[in-house]
Design a protein around this ligand. Structure first.
Ligand code: AMP
Length: 174
């Protein structure tokens, strides 16, 4: 599968969840076994270029891609979740949304200063979620290897918020 073929499996849904937002719907990609497998394989190749040795998957669609990448690469998978979802002791970070704020958490025992973490999500839009995840990791002594996204909304310049770390994306929309 080419990147162009993968791009054709992402559906634009105008005015979702709010007027003016064009939602990038990955449902057709997930429903296409060859396309999904190709996306996972390509994402795994990008993650492994940066000597990543653990994955941080961002709730919730990040889980869909990070899990098979972790299995394919034989790497530990850790979940970054919204407040109150993780059962064990957590560390967290508050971050600003367009309207209001939110909180992301990870189990405190997954951050090991000796390991390099890749942050995986389906879409980078403004970069706020990924930047907060990175801050959470680094505030707790973790080392960031790279960010890896299936889809990048290039026109929102989200990667400008992600510092000097490598940013990988498979499908870029301008
Ligand atoms: P951001 O923090 O602005 O980079 O937004 C990233 C998160 O919001 C990701 O976890 C995406 O799943 C979701 N997201 C933001 N904008 C879109 C969009 N236009 N289409 C699909 N998902 C989006």
């Amino acid at each position: 599968m080419t990147i162009e073929q993968l791009r054709d499996l992402v559906r634009d849904v105008p005015d979702f969840p709010r007027p003016g937002i064009v939602f990038k719907d990955i449902s057709p990609l997930l429903a296409h076994p060859t396309g999904f497998a190709a996306a996972v394989e390509a994402l795994a190749a990008r993650v492994s270029q940066h000597e990543s040795d653990s994955l941080l998957a961002v709730e919730s669609r990040g889980f869909i891609f990070a899990a098979p990448v972790a299995a394919q690469l034989g790497l530990p998978l850790h979940l970054v979740r919204k407040a109150g979802k993780l059962p064990h002791r957590t560390v967290g970070i508050e971050y600003e949304l367009e309207y209001g704020s939110d909180r992301l958490e990870v189990h405190a025992d997954v951050i090991d200063p000796a390991r390099r973490y890749a942050i995986v999500d389906d879409v980078i839009a403004t970069g706020g979620t990924a930047a907060a995840t990175s801050q959470l990791l680094r505030d707790n002594g973790g080392v960031l290897a790279c960010y890896a996204f299936v889809i990048e909304l290039g026109f929102l310049n989200g990667r400008d918020r992600l510092g000097e770390y490598p940013v990988e994306s498979l499908i870029r929309f301008e």
